[in-house]
Design a protein around this ligand. Structure first.
Ligand code: SAH
Length: 408
């Protein structure tokens, strides 16, 4: 604010005004310049961050593409193998750590690619040492993945989509619908981040593709990721240690069988007859139980792998003795295994966990048909372990998130 002194002679008033206006203009222009400068540096900062986030993950490239990239840069092709070694078994978290590579190459890699670009917005650790990561991707999408420890097993559960379009009525993942498919790199980053939670003397032993989304609806991006898990210059996991869980998309089940890998297939059946299944798993309406079972039979015929049927027990809805008998009839002549999953409570959903005696009776009936059955143990019960729960919670909190845990 500027005030004109009242007692100033008239001749001086004009001068004073000129000085005042000039001073004001200079001050303002300085402020303006400073503001512009701040804006410019802010925008270049933002641009550099966006640039960095937009660089591709190096493992979006297949091993063959990485070899080709090395050739294009005039590098010896063995560098591609060294890079893979650093990404997978060596668990590098930055290109700078890849000290088996020349410094110039490390710089080139950092200017061309990213390694672990998503942000860990939550890292929960349960009493049973189950760990869950919530990752935020460049577009703000949230993805969950889990590490479970049991005896000498180190199993991870990964997601393939942001949300899910299948609409299973008891599942938190589908509550907000499908946002998009994850890329191969986004699928692999979950594996790499969970692998890096393990101490140096422990290795991942199993992978279950049972997180958010329908894996077979994103087979195109999932298969190259699975290839990297099984490859000798990747994680070197046996295909039999990898399980893909599906709502039951017949043609995609056959496509998975044709890959020549012996992945385990888990089919989410959840009901022994069409009407009830359609109520619980709406996509069943256009597919039907028979088509799902036939595709699963083909999967067994082609791969020789026994198919698992997942069956979430919803108290009073699909866990009655008659349901167990119907399921027994359906599976008794098949080489199959039933995985009973007690409903994992989701606050927004009106389904109850099954009672223990009811579950026991269900198991006994299935066994009387000669169908092998296990009841899945709950892991990480104290950390929003059901798929999609944590993301759901965060979406509801409108991304007001608490950072915790390591950020490799
Ligand atoms: N779309 C795939 C992967 C889904 S998640 C599929 O349908 O198989 C893996 C398993 O967890 C599926 O069998 C799914 O139906 C089940 N599931 C989802 N929400 C659950 C909940 N709240 N309680 C128990 N199991 C659940």
């Amino acid at each position: 604010m500027f005030f004109l002194p009242a007692a100033l002679p008239k001749s001086l008033t004009a001068k004073y005004l000129v000085i005042l206006v000039t001073t004001f203009a200079v001050q303002e222009s300085h402020a303006l310049l400073a503001r512009l400068f701040r804006l410019k540096s802010l925008s270049s900062l933002l641009l550099s961050q966006i640039d960095c986030a937009m660089l591709p993950r190096i493992y979006e490239k297949s091993p063959a593409e990485l070899v080709q990239w090395c050739q294009e840069q005039g590098l010896p092709t063995y560098r591609a193998g060294q890079i893979q070694q650093q990404i997978f078994p060596n668990r590098a978290t930055q290109f700078g750590e890849m000290t088996n590579l020349p410094a110039k190459l490390r710089e080139l890699l950092a200017a061309t690619f990213t390694l672990l670009p998503s942000e860990v917005v939550a890292h929960q650790i349960a009493k049973d040492r189950t760990e869950k990561l919530l990752l935020q991707l460049h577009d703000g999408s949230l993805v969950e993945c889990v590490l479970m420890r049991e005896d000498d097993r180190r199993t991870i559960c990964i997601s393939t989509q942001v949300g899910c379009g299948m609409g299973c009525v008891f599942c938190a993942s589908g509550l907000l619908g499908l946002k998009r498919n994850l890329t191969t790199g986004e699928i692999l980053e979950q594996v790499l981040r969970l692998d890096r939670l393990l101490p140096a003397d422990e290795k991942l032993t199993n992978v279950v593709v049972m997180g958010m989304g329908e894996p077979l609806a994103n087979l195109k991006n999932l298969l190259p990721a699975l290839d990297r898990l099984t490859a000798d210059d990747g994680l070197g996991l046996g295909a039999r240690r990898i399980t893909v869980s599906t709502v039951g998309l017949p043609e995609k089940i056959r496509e998975l069988a044709q890959t020549g890998h012996q992945f385990n297939l888990a089919v989410s059946l959840h009901a022994p007859e069409a009407e009830l299944r359609t109520k619980l798993v709406p996509v069943n309406k256009n597919i039907g139980i028979e088509a799902v079972l036939e595709a699963a039979d083909d999967y067994f015929a082609i791969t020789g792998r026994r198919v698992s049927y997942e069956y979430v027990l919803l108290g009073g809805i699909n866990d009655l003795p008659e349901h167990a008998r119907q399921l027994g009839h359906l599976l008794k002549s098949r080489i199959a295994h039933v995985n009973l999953i007690p409903m994992n409570g989701v606050k927004e959903l009106p389904f109850a966990e099954p009672s223990a005696p009811q579950t026991g009776e269900f198991v006994a009936i299935l066994e009387s048909f000669g169908v092998p059955v296990t009841v899945r143990k709950r892991k990480g019960a104290d950390i929003d372990a059901a798929c999609g729960q944590l993301r759901m919670k965060r979406e509801q909190q409108n991304l007001v998130v608490l950072k915790a845990g390591p950020q490799p």
